[in-house]
Design a protein around this ligand. Structure first.
Ligand SMILES: Nc1ncnc2c1ncn2[C@@H]1O[C@H](COP(=O)(O)OP(=O)(O)OP(=O)(O)O)[C@@H](O)[C@H]1O
Ligand SMILES: N[C@@H](CCO)C(=O)O
Length: 321
């Protein structure tokens, strides 16, 4: 659950005076997510999401995130739109934190993934990648190789508290990835956290994508690897479902075909993506703020996924060929 910062009625009322979205009717903390404090805000003009940006978001990045949502929405991608205040700005401060109001998106995220979810996801992801081509602001991925090295240095001393042998696994994997990471794949704007809880469906229609607060420029195929990890394993996190992966990849390629180099790189990109989420989960569990209204996610799930990809010989393991 994620509400790190409590907002009083008085503070909210003063904040809302900067907007033209009507009188406040209610504000309810959202019991999901781990990064920011999120509330459903109900005003006389409808429902919105109020977000207070917490520890991992650098305020200097917020114009990128909010600008990207606006850009993608204008290009026809279904995603939240930042609401501007009377001064034309979507970004201001509340309770000492950067804060914004964004539009509310209908739909529910899938708790149980079927192959058709992966099919809808693949095409939507490729459309998102194409729509991002014309976005002018750039943001490097802070959670790529350099960021992983920093997290390994910080966490490895206590990693074996979580699982015996974990410190060795992450150090060796980092060394491997540093020696073998690709350098010349097509790049663009990626969402970078496209897990099922960030993709909404209404019935069998993908109704929208939320949570752009890790978005950045990186290899487009890296994003596919993130999705293979987040969408295509069974709940034991060890059994890979090649049918789901094939649906995802075929559907992506019906909109944006992948080059031979991108396909060949999938296994190493999947290893990198598994290490990325293993490390941030490990960091969060070792540095859990006491009393915070949030449930940390299990890093061991990503140890199992990483071990699967370490044995993969080529992209055929992902349902292709
Ligand atoms: N625009 C939106 N419309 C409807 N619901 C939303 C919207 N944005 C966020 N939510 C709700 O808030 C929850 C948390 O949002 P979000 O995923 O952005 O949080 P977070 O703290 O960045 O979490 P994480 O990075 O762990 O996914 C979502 O699962 C969803 O229920
Ligand atoms: N999606 C991330 C959490 C938010 O970054 C995870 O599952 O570890």
């Amino acid at each position: 659950m994620a509400v790190y910062t409590e907002v009083s009625d008085e503070e909210l009322q003063a904040f809302l005076r900067e907007y033209e979205i009507g009188e406040m009717l209610s504000l309810k903390g959202i019991a999901e997510g781990v990064e920011n404090s999120n509330y459903v805000l109900h005003t006389a003009s409808g429902y919105y999401i109020l977000t207070l940006y917490e520890k991992r978001v650098d305020p200097a990045d917020l114009p990128f995130f909010l600008g990207l949502m606006e850009h993608l929405a204008e290009a026809g991608i279904s995603c939240p739109v930042p609401i501007k205040g009377r001064d034309g700005s979507a970004l201001r401060e509340l309770c000492g934190r950067p804060a914004a109001i964004i539009s509310f998106l209908d739909g529910l995220w899938p708790k149980r993934i079927h192959p058709w979810h992966c099919q809808r996801l693949g095409a939507a992801l490729a459309e998102l990648h194409l729509a991002g081509e014309s976005f002018q602001i750039r943001r490097d991925n802070a959670l790529s190789l350099d960021g992983w090295r920093g997290l390994v240095d910080t966490c490895e001393g206590r990693a074996d508290e979580i699982e015996p042998g974990l410190a060795g696994l992450i150090r060796q994997e980092l060394n491997f990835l540093e020696a073998n990471w690709p350098s010349d794949l097509p790049e663009g704007v990626i969402h970078a956290d496209l897990f099922p809880d960030n993709v909404f469906f209404v019935g069998e229609r993908l109704s929208g994508v939320i949570d752009f607060y890790f978005a950045c420029n990186d290899f487009l195929a890296y994003e596919i690897a993130v999705c293979l990890n987040a969408w295509c394993f069974e709940s034991d996190a060890s059994t890979f479902n090649a049918t789901k992966a094939r649906m995802l990849l075929q559907s992506y390629q019906s909109v944006r075909p992948l080059s031979e180099a991108e396909l060949a790189a999938l296994p190493i990109l999947a290893r990198g993506s598994a290490l990325r989420f293993l490390l941030t989960r490990l960091y969060d569990i070792l540095n859990h703020p006491p009393g915070a209204y949030v449930t940390p996610k299990d890093p061991r799930e990503y140890c199992r996924k990483l071990r699967f990809h370490q044995l993969v010989k080529g992209p055929g393991a992902y349902g292709l060929g």
